[in-house]
Write a protein that binds this ligand. Sequence first.
Ligand SMILES: *Cc1c(COP(=O)(O)O)cnc(C)c1O
Length: 400
Amino acid sequence: MTDFFDENHPLFGAELDTLAIRAGQTRTQEGEHGEPIFTTSSYVFESAQQAANRFSGEEPGNVYSRYTNPTVRTFEQRIAALEGAEEGVATASGMAAILSTCMALLKSGDHVICSRSVFGTTTMLFTKYMERFGVQVDLVNLTDLSQWTAAVKPNTKLFFLETPSNPLCDVADLEKMSQLAKESGSLLVVDNCFCTPALQQPLALGADIVVHSATKYLDGQGRCLGGAVVGRSEHIQEVLAFIRTCGPTMSPFNAWVFLKGLETLRIRMQAHSQNALALANWLNQHKNVERVYYSGLESHPGHELALKQQRAFGGVLSFKVNGGRKEAWQVIDSTRIMSLTANLGDVKTTIVHPATTTHGRLDEDSKREAGISENLIRVAVGLEAIEDLQKDLSRGLDLI
Ligand SMILES: *Cc1c(COP(=O)(O)O)cnc(C)c1O
């Protein structure tokens, strides 16, 4: 268990900014100021007795880097501290975090209710792979509580959602969702990738487990793949046991990159949110923009809720241009600064056409239901100067 809950710990009660910079670091006898990278697969023992004690678990300590690695451990403690969790475990990617959570907490015959508006690969994991192993999955509308209620079965074990949603920024009421999960004997798992703990702490609102793709904002600069699962010790121990046995472990180098990313997490998230709000307001008054989807706009249906449960509105927004695919592609292809890529959570602004990329596998009905129209563009707003981002979008928008 992380020890920030102990009142004797120097970081007991510390603020998010302090935890992001200090949590989890232990110094070796070299007295290094920065966190070292332990690039070692295994560890040597001082005696046969010590080896036996380490293997039996009688003595704490490192054995092998699939089980524990000091750099990875520092990252685990830091992300757990930021989410206000008892315990955390790192994984090789965001998908590995979601898979490991499922494998540790579900068994054949269990039932899962999952938001329809989650990361596409997450939907695939549930519907293609979990179902193959006898886990039933129902997909429901993120913000329609009655659909969640109606989907509950005696064998429901897990609720899974992301808020705000991608790409339309729908906001789920985490307090209500956790109450419903509790009443139905289920665990609420929240993918907190879009907000990060700098903007939203689902555990404080009643969620049981938070999963992350560290690949996005936790790194923040598009360098590495990684993930994390945080929550109560009883659950994280199970996830850890799965990871140790099955191997989707985070590399120490990646853990070190994420530690550096976390140090600037709050100021980056604040700056992303500020830039996104400015761009949303600018797009909102553009004559060739039909509609902007960003929970920071008062006109967005999730605005009040986002104000209540988030510290800011995040960096991702989407908008519909006047016209269809041709006009949307023209705006995208006319940009000269933004990166045309499906990734997000980077200081570099990214732009993508969801209907033909991230959501391209959905059939027409599902696209309509999810609001993924041909004239929709998603922008994950980075930290470049807002004037330059506006100019970049104007190149195509002004041609419509
Ligand atoms: C990218 C992403 C994932 C998957 O993470 P990887 O690190 O790419 O495996 C999961 N959830 C959300 C919301 C994401 O954006």
